[in-house]
Design a protein around this ligand. Structure first.
Ligand code: ADP
Ligand code: MG
Length: 246
């Protein structure tokens, strides 16, 4: 099925190591959060899973198949970016339809899938608008809709709510949790530096840390359920990052 496994995954940019020996597995349908301070390599790890960044060493499997050299479009993953990455000159409908048109999906099916996603996300009245005619929260819904229409096995979110104000962030966080619960059996990997967001959303948290100096690499500090990390932190970094009681 669509479990994800990383074994000894390493990333270097030139000869600068960024991530070293990442081992982790994500179960089918699991909501996994990559949490950690800015610069520890969360986005890089997510981008390698998406296939938009190469893997320097180690192996990535999705659904039991090695993905290292499989192009992004063939991975059955869909990514939602922090800055939404909508096409400014296209309507909401066309933004959501774009990937399906590229994949030569029949017109009637595109129409049906876009309208279904728009209904779930409550953006049906906005389908003919341009991105600049939308609020931040509405743009983020469109970005999520564009991922949903592709019916991926895995959703990848990179800090999707960090451009929204605090109240909307909490609201959208609840919506994402509800979407995962009600409409999708897909696995989710969700990147954030916000421990409250991670605690609220995750089945499992992968807490990453950067190296102590510029030459040491990003690595996994601890993996576990939110309350497990909070109550049984393995080291001072984990306790400090999650604000565990001491
Ligand atoms: P995070 O998402 O956790 O903030 P990133 O994955 O964006 O961290 O970055 C991890 C490290 O890799 C940082 O030191 C960053 O400067 C570096 N990095 C990211 N992308 C590139 C790149 N394309 N070229 C060189 N260094 C990069
Ligand atoms: Mg990042």
């Amino acid at each position: 099925m669509t479990s994800i496994t990383l074994a000894g995954v390493t990333k270097k940019f030139g000869n600068q190591p960024v991530l070293a020996g990442i081992d982790l597995s994500i179960a089918d349908g699991e909501f996994c959060v990559f949490l950690g301070p800015s610069g520890c390599g969360k986005s890089t790890l997510l981008r390698m899973i998406a296939g938009i960044e190469t893997i320097t060493a180690g192996e990535l499997q999705i659904g039991g198949q090695t993905m290292n050299d499989v192009p992004p479009a063939e991975r059955r993953v869909a990514m939602v970016f922090q800055n939404y990455a909508l096409y400014p000159h296209m309507s909401v409908f066309e933004n959501m339809a774009f990937g399906l048109r590229q994949a030569k999906t029949p017109k009637a099916e595109i129409d049906q899938r876009v309208r279904e996603a728009a209904r779930i996300l409550q953006i049906e009245p906005l389908l003919e608008r341009l991105p600049r005619q939308l609020s931040g929260g509405q743009r983020q819904r469109v970005a999520i809709g564009r991922a949903i229409v592709r019916k991926p096995d895995v959703f990848l979110f990179d800090e999707p709510l960090s451009n929204l104000d605090a109240a909307l962030r909490v609201h959208m966080r609840t919506e994402i949790a509800n979407l995962h619960r009600d409409f999708s059996q897909a696995s989710v990997i969700y990147v954030t530096h916000d421990q409250t967001e991670a605690m609220a959303l995750a089945d499992k948290i992968v807490l990453l840390r950067a190296g102590a100096d510029i030459l040491t690499k990003g690595s996994i500090a601890q993996i576990g359920a939110p309350l497990e990390l909070y109550h049984r932190p393995k080291n001072l970094f984990v306790a400090g990052f999650l604000g565990s009681p001491t």
